[in-house]
Design a protein around this ligand. Structure first.
Ligand code: HEM
Length: 489
């Protein structure tokens, strides 16, 4: 009897709850509202499955600003790059909303953490002389790894591989050595083991963030996360010498801010992911586009040959910061335009009026979220980029071979014509380091190896849609390649 009454009460409560959420209506001054058909859940499933597809359908239906319901949240999506600054610069009413994801994925509470101080520290550590040191160290680590036994050594021997794994493993390992293990001498850490655990964790991360892990996956995700925490604790204890790694200095910052040891090692995994999850996939897409677009490959090779002839690249190509590489830069921008898909999200702390570039005004409600999705616009927007789904290596080059920065939507010149690094207060602090690392890696591969597609007719794999919103997309499948050494590093 009591069980029955309790069940009835719960059902009534649930219905009341659903009615409250279902009853929201649009006021005249608010963006178009689309709640979807399912109470509370709204469009959560569509959003999770393929954010780009879902949001582009919503854009067709409602225009460049609309509010959708997803799992009880109301999310206003703005897709007009001319108006992005209205969101990015309004830090009084709109606040960064990454904490929930940090909690779910890294089991880390950063609410009392001094983000402003950390940001200042990061900016300092990824610029100027510090950046030069990191880039030099990255170069040396890449060199060591490319000379290692794993990589083919004989000039006559072709080795088969898969491009995504080739790029991700080398950039991850070199990045790990550069930032997390300065005193590495080949004995203390098992790089292959850390990489393997990291890839498993990274593979499940989008589902963890969206609370959509299946029960078997949950177990794997939690145990791999624990193993990574343990591995990082070991690294934290290593290296008490005079020369500190980036990781040791970062840990000291956390310590000075009063963070306990347990939280420190969790924060370390967060930083491992933030610093290592994008460069490898970016290098994969870039080399993949070059291998599948011979004209682009020829242009990049010509640029490298010219640099070598001018002697601007004696000790390892791009280390000379003055060496200009407009063709490579355009290829990188084009690659990132097609494959970087970050969702920039803010929480609305108080009701606020949003004025778009064309004068339209909308009210944002307290408690909602507001998101920008630069992947759809400007990056894949046909009104900005001609044939946006096509890779054009010279899209970011002027006719005279210089860097192109003039892009228009109608008559208005765009400030944001591609945004792979995010923007505003959350712009990627590591972007100069990332660019230098990817450039060094690609140039080393192209100068020291002959690399080609195993099947000359293969094309780029599609991207895995579940990663949409989390930075660099990853491929669904891979590209089979073969390579052999043609020069000594
Ligand atoms: C192609 C490579 C990369 C891309 C496309 C990229 C992109 C981004 C984006 C979009 C954000 C903002 C995320 C958000 O607001 O939620 C971000 C943040 C960040 N990135 Fe990168 N990133 C790359 C590589 C790197 C590398 C190699 C490092 C360092 C070694 C790095 C360090 C960081 C850090 C520390 C943040 C956090 C900044 C903050 O807390 O505000 N990134 N990155």
């Amino acid at each position: 009897m009591w069980t029955l009454l309790l069940a009835l009460a719960s059902v009534l409560l649930l219905i009341r709850f659903l009615l409250i959420f279902a009853s929201r209506t649009r006021s005249n001054d608010e963006p178009p509202l689309d709640k979807g058909l399912i109470p509370w859940l709204g469009y959560a499933l569509e959003f999770r499955k393929d954010a780009a597809k879902f949001l582009s359908e919503m854009k067709k239906k409602h225009g460049d600003i609309f509010t959708v319901r997803a799992a009880g949240h109301y999310i206003t999506v703005l897709l007009d790059p001319n108006s992005y600054d209205e969101i990015l610069n309004n830090s009084d009413s709109l606040v960064y909303s990454g904490q929930k994801v940090t909690e779910k994925v890294f089991s880390l509470d950063l609410t009392s953490h001094n983000r402003a101080e950390e940001k200042r520290w990061m900016q300092q550590r990824f610029h100027g002389e510090n950046l030069d040191d990191l880039s030099r160290s990255m170069y040396k680590n890449l060199q060591v790894l490319l000379r290692s036994a794993e990589i083919v050594q004989k000039m006559t021997e072709w080795k088969q591989d898969q491009l995504f794994n080739f790029c991700y493993s080398l950039l991850f390992k070199a990045g790990y050595l550069t930032l997390f293990d300065k005193e590495h001498n080949g004995s203390s850490v098992d790089l292959a083991a850390i990489y393997k655990e990291f890839r498993t964790f990274d593979g499940l991360l989008a589902k963890m963030a969206r609370s959509s892990l299946k029960s078997g996956e949950k177990q794997v995700a939690f145990s791999v996360r624990k193993r990574l925490w343990d591995l990082l604790s070991q690294t934290m204890q290593n290296g008490s010498g005079s020369s500190h790694s980036w990781q040791q200095d970062y840990r000291q910052l956390l310590e000075e801010n009063g963070m306990d040891k347990e939280a420190q090692r969790r924060a370390m995994l967060l930083q491992l992911w933030v610093t290592q999850c994008n460069a490898g996939p970016a290098a994969f897409w870039l080399l993949g586009f070059l291998l599948t677009h011979p004209e682009a490959m020829r242009a990049v090779r010509r640029e490298i040959d010219d640099l070598l002839q001018q002697g601007g690249a004696s000790q390892g190509l791009p280390l000379d910061k003055k060496a200009e590489t407009p063709v490579f830069d355009s290829v990188l921008s084009e690659t990132l335009r097609l494959t970087a898909a970050v969702l920039i999200s803010r929480e609305v702390k108080q009701d606020t009026m949003l004025e778009l570039a064309d004068g339209r005004k909308y009210r944002l409600r307290r408690g909602d979220r507001v998101c920008l999705f630069p992947y759809l616009s400007p990056q894949m927007d046909p009104s900005i980029h001609d044939e946006p789904e096509v890779f054009k290596f010279d899209r970011f080059l002027n006719a005279d071979g210089t860097k192109k920065t003039d892009f228009f939507q109608g008559k208005s010149r765009l400030k944001y014509y591609t945004m792979p690094w995010g923007a505003g207060t959350n712009i990627c602090v590591g972007r100069d380091f990332a660019i230098s690392a990817i450039k060094q890696f690609v140039f080393m591969v192209l100068t020291c190896f002959d690399m080609e597609l195993s099947d000359p007719d293969s094309s780029m794999p599609p991207s895995n849609t579940i990663r949409c919103g989390f930075g660099m997309l990853q491929p669904e499948g891979d590209l089979n390649i073969r390579y052999k050494r043609k020069a000594l590093l």
